[in-house]
Design a protein around this ligand. Structure first.
Ligand SMILES: [Zn+2]
Length: 797
């Protein structure tokens, strides 16, 4: 195949200059045309270096933004910076840099890098969360939540990262470790600010049902919210006037309860020790001390099934009146449910294991109707259950709850969102305290409540803002002698919970957004981001939006209509990229050598974008995409002024439909494969009509925007190729196309899009475009080709 080299640096610089001079990607949000499309990507943290993950996050959705514009949509595709956060502050601590300057310098670097990618962002809408014209409104929205009792201050047991020296939200703790730095978290009792996300648990669940999201994304949110239905039952404790409340999801197994367990932090334990009711106080106290050293994860695993019986007291079984033992065991966590459980060893695996170690009775109360296997959590026929024996366990549940005076209840795993952080580089919490220590929201007239800059950064575990003399003086000057400022800052997830509203009117000084624009542009049509945000940012933003909806501040109950989570790009060795493994791919090297367009196409081609997959980076991948573009360039020599051939018109029109449908579903990989097949067809012709060549360039333009722009101008075309209309098909509908899996020696290496009746030669040619395949075929032809049209092509080497 003929190829022709080109100077990508010159082509890219010229195109970028042209676009920016003509404001090509600026969306008019007040435009009354009826085709608005809001395409959102998660805005980046300004780390100062654009890695491959950023390219994947921004350059690939950009293809869709470009297709939509060519199809006549008024596309809003904005960008900004999630600019508060720890790295800036850590740079200040380690290297004595000013966090503000560090952040602003990094944003400058990243703006240049993002432009180099050829992404068609509307920079006129830029939002920067650390600027006071933005955080003024973060503060204002918080005060609205506070006025409506959706924000509150409470003393609670919280997770503390000893390395980052700040508290964390539950969402930022993964298996007992700090999600950002990997340090084991500690528990502390502190007075902190919370948002009432738990109050929204049911709506966050129910409204998921109507969203057209991938089920796995919805399931992850459902699991995090963790709704379980069951009942509260209570057990009378001897020697103290107290009933022990437990939550159970299986009240129908009540007759199988042979002991109860309380968490070490349960108030009953302290009370019994204090009242001198226990015969083994020392043993219990030793156990409490041992438990304190364990993490929550170690506790819930409870490998040793440890626990101590509380000697001297018993619980009364509410159905049988029998006395049963009470244990303290750390596999029960104080903050879950009531901090106490009824144990049913015959029907719960953890209780069963514990009962075996501590030699406790095991009483079967449910039998499966069709066999006699011990049922672990299933429903079935009740046995050994007094008056309920013989009934179906699910059907009898209600009666069983009433019989013991219990109450039906629903429980959630989701806890209120802890938003205070003991750090400097964040949005100041707009609260001041009167001399009696009561909190007051700072009035609108004093917003923005500026972040002070006379700060001692050295982390001490106390909020750095407490070292500011200016902040202290400002508070007393405005509010009076003896008034003090809140010294914590917001979790940065508060900043990012509403940034997409600000894009609609980023310079508005009288409102956080624009009412008319919100009505027109919300909910966001499609939001593309990383799967790591499913149970953090994505959940917080949904909650925040619902709260604003209830206050009449936004017009929709959900912020995002579609949500797409992209797959992961792995290192060339198939492992997650990490400096320690030495498998990190630097996109700049590839951009330098092969150009931004070749990198973009390779990222589009590497795998289906909207799937939970992971794709290894092939070192020859970008090179082979560059070769593809060089073939397009070489084809120029065959272009004539002759009229288009009917066959070619039909072929390109089918390709246009395919590319646009695939782009719509974010299946850019098969869209690229359709372009490759179209190129091959054009190459096989003896000449190519200029119109056909231009049509092909239009289809290629969203993928290789600089390259297509260059050839468009070279052929004397006016304006930008990115503002022309997408080729529309005339006449009969295109024949069906199918996705064919490509295998080498039976191992899946990619997929291609082919007409349903494609020949083996066409299929082989399509498969050969995949970098893994072309690499494997370097040393010769396959021994055998197994081709099943519409399904598979397997190359045996
Ligand atoms: Zn940490």
């Amino acid at each position: 195949m003929a190829t022709r080299s080109y100077d990508h640096k010159e082509i890219e610089a010229k195109a970028q200059e042209k676009w920016s001079a003509s404001d090509l990607y600026k969306a008019d949000v007040s435009d009354s045309s009826d085709a608005p499309y809001y395409l959102l990507v998660e805005f980046p943290y300004p780390s100062g270096d654009l890695h491959l993950g950023h390219w994947y996050a921004f350059a690939v959705p950009d293809i869709y933004a470009r297709v939509l514009r060519m199809q006549g949509k008024n596309v809003l595709f904005p960008i900004g910076f999630d600019a508060f956060g720890l790295p800036a502050e850590n740079a200040a601590i380690k290297r004595g840099l000013d966090p503000k300057k560090w952040t602003y310098d990094n944003m400058d670097v990243m703006r240049t890098q993002l432009r180099r990618m050829g992404a068609s962002f509307d920079w006129s809408k830029e939002v920067v969360t650390c600027k006071s014209d933005y955080y003024r409104w973060t503060q204002w929205l918080f005060t609205k939540l506070y006025e409506h009792d959706l924000a509150y201050r409470a003393n609670a047991s919280v997770k503390w990262c000893p390395k980052d020296k700040t508290v964390l939200a539950n969402e930022q703790v993964a298996n007992g470790f700090c999600e950002r730095c990997g340090t084991e978290v500690e528990e502390k009792h502190l007075t902190q600010w919370f948002l009432r996300i738990a109050k929204y648990a049911d709506r966050l669940l129910e409204d998921l049902n109507e969203l057209p999201w991938r089920e796995d994304i919805k399931d992850a949110q459902r699991a995090w919210i963790g709704k379980s239905t069951g009942a509260y039952l209570s057990f009378k404790i001897s020697s103290v006037e107290e009933r022990l409340r437990v939550f159970t999801t299986r009240p129908d197994t009540i007759f199988g309860v042979t002991y109860v367990v309380v968490a070490p932090e349960h108030p009953l334990v302290k009370k019994l020790i204090g009242a001198g009711s226990l015969n083994n106080t020392k043993e219990v106290q030793d156990y409490l001390i041992k438990t304190e050293k364990k993490t929550e994860r170690e506790r819930s695993e409870n490998k040793g099934k440890t626990g101590v019986v509380l000697e001297g007291i018993t619980a009364t079984h509410p159905s049988t009146g029998e006395d049963i033992p009470v244990y303290v065991a750390d596999y029960v966590i104080g903050s879950y449910g009531t901090g106490a459980v009824m144990a049913v060893p015959a029907h719960d695996e953890r209780d069963f294991a514990f009962a075996n170690v501590h030699v406790l009775p095991i009483k079967t109360v449910i039998q499966e109707t069709d066999n006699d296997v011990l049922p672990m959590t299933r429903a079935g026929k009740l046995v050994n259950s007094g008056p309920f024996s013989g009934r179906d366990s699910a059907e009898a549940q209600s009666d069983m709850i009433s019989a013991v005076g219990g109450e039906r209840a629903t429980q959630y795993r989701l806890r209120d969102w802890l938003i205070s952080r003991q750090r400097y580089w964040g949005c100041p919490i707009p609260i001041v305290y009167d001399p009696q220590g009561n909190p007051h929201a700072i009035g609108e007239e004093h917003l923005p409540w500026e972040l002070p800059d006379d700060i001692d950064f050295a982390p001490t575990g106390k909020s750095p803002l407490a070292t500011s003399v200016e902040l202290k003086e400002r508070t007393e000057r405005i509010f009076g002698k003896g008034w003090t400022p809140e010294c914590d800052t917001f979790d940065t997830f508060v900043d990012s919970s509403w940034y997409f509203l600000r894009y609609l009117d980023p310079k508005n000084e009288s409102s956080f957004s624009n009412e008319v624009a919100m009505k027109k542009w919300l909910p966001i049509d499609r939001y593309s981001g990383g799967s790591e945000h499913t149970t953090m940012h994505l959940l917080y933003a949904r909650f925040f939006h619902k709260a604003l909806y209830d206050l009449g501040l936004v017009p929709t109950k959900e912020p995002f209509h579609e949500r797409f989570n992209r797959g992961l790009i792995m290192g060339p060795d198939g492992h997650k990229m990490s400096k320690s493994k030495g498998n990190v791919v630097n996109p700049d090297d590839f951009v330098e050598k092969y150009g931004a367009d070749a990198v973009r196409i390779y990222l589009a081609f590497i795998g289906p974008y909207n799937e939970a997959g992971s794709y290894p980076w092939n070192l020859d991948g970008v090179k082979s995409m560059r070769r593809f573009l060089e073939r397009v360039y070489a084809l120029e020599e065959k272009v004539t002024d002759a009229p288009e051939q009917e066959e070619t018109v039909e072929m390109l029109s089918q390709t246009a439909t395919k590319v646009s449908e695939d782009a719509q579903r974010f299946k850019f990989n098969t869209a690229v494969s359709a372009l490759m097949i179209a190129l091959r067809a054009l190459e096989e012709d003896t000449f190519v009509a200029k119109e056909s060549y231009l049509t092909f360039l239009k289809l290629l333009a969203p993928f290789a925007p600089h390259f297509a722009e260059h050839l468009w101008g070279k052929f004397g075309q006016e304006g930008s190729i990115h503002s022309v209309r997408w080729p529309r098909r005339a006449g009969a509908p295109a024949p069906a196309r199918t996705i064919v899996a490509v295998q080498i020696n039976g191992k899946r290496r990619g997929e291609i899009s082919l007409p349903a009746d494609a020949s083996e030669d066409t299929a082989f040619a399509g498969a050969s475009e995949i970098p893994f395949v072309s690499q494997a075929l370097k040393d010769g032809k396959p021994k055998r080709i197994i081709y099943i049209p519409g399904r598979i092509i397997n190359l045996v080497l």
